[in-house]
Write a protein that binds this ligand. Structure first.
Ligand SMILES: [Zn+2]
Length: 244
């Protein structure tokens, strides 16, 4: 074999490697965690997301074939694999593959130290166990520190964090970590109330059950009256903490 043909062989081998294998190798060699609710955007190089989308479509097509769906002749299922792949990567799980939305912080020039509460912010996720939807509302309470961020930014960051496969308890913690690192508040409280489709669509089939969980940090944790004030403010909202 000439060296030219060896080169060609090596090149073909590289191009035939799956994009997910290349990215996984990069993640492992950097010691980076890539659980379902981790953001891995910094390990994805330009152009790789497009080829990952093609790879996922190919895999979804194989899944549909294993489910004995006639992807060649069923007009409703012919492009399903491509649609599902686009939906996972660019919409419902975009919080894994895309970078955090840009958030500018401003100095707290007026030294605001009263708490404020935002919500409901709608959150959409999917459970890591079955990949079926988790849909709900989120309320955020802030006692400002030296930095403030625009209120719409909380909704953007929540959407980015929740657009990954999750369990609700961890999603709330991850959102709290992100908000803390963005605006370093003196106190932070988050409450999420969500419906889990793995409880209403399958399994026990309980359509009215919601899960509520919360995290309190800083002054909200140390000062019970502040914590109570947050929960009272949230309770005044008609959709919060009610039965539906
Ligand atoms: Zn589930």
């Amino acid at each position: 074999m000439t060296s030219k043909s060896t080169d060609k062989g090596v090149k073909e081998k590289i191009t035939l490697q799956l994009t997910s294998e290349i990215i996984r190798h990069r993640l492992r060699s950097e010691g980076a965690r890539f659980h379902a609710n981790d953001n891995i955007s910094e390990y994805i190089f330009p152009g790789e997301l497009e080829s990952l989308e093609k790879e996922v479509a190919m895999r979804v097509k194989e899944l549909l074939k294993s489910l004995l769906i006639d992807v060649d002749n069923d007009h409703n299922s012919q492009e399903t694999a491509e649609r599902v792949s686009r939906m996972y990567i660019n919409e419902v799980f975009k919080g894994r593959y895309k970078k955090q939305p840009k958030v500018t912080d401003f100095p707290n020039a007026k030294n605001l130290d009263e708490i404020y509460t935002l919500g409901p912010i709608s959150v959409r996720s999917a459970c890591s166990h079955h990949l079926v939807p988790i849909i709900g509302d989120c309320w955020i309470g802030i006692k400002p520190g030296d930095k403030v961020i625009g209120i719409s930014k909380f909704a953007r960051v929540a959407d980015w964090v929740f657009s990954r496969p999750h369990i609700q308890e961890e999603a709330v913690m991850i959102l709290a970590d992100e908000i803390e690192s963005l605006c370093e508040p003196k106190g932070l409280a988050i409450l999420v109330k969500a419906k889990h489709f793995c409880m209403c669509w399958r399994g026990v089939k309980e359509p009215n059950t919601s899960m509520i969980n919360s995290v309190v940090r800083g002054d909200f944790r140390h000062d019970p009256s502040l914590k109570q004030e947050f929960f009272e403010l949230v309770k005044q909202q008609p959709s919060a903490l009610s039965c539906n």
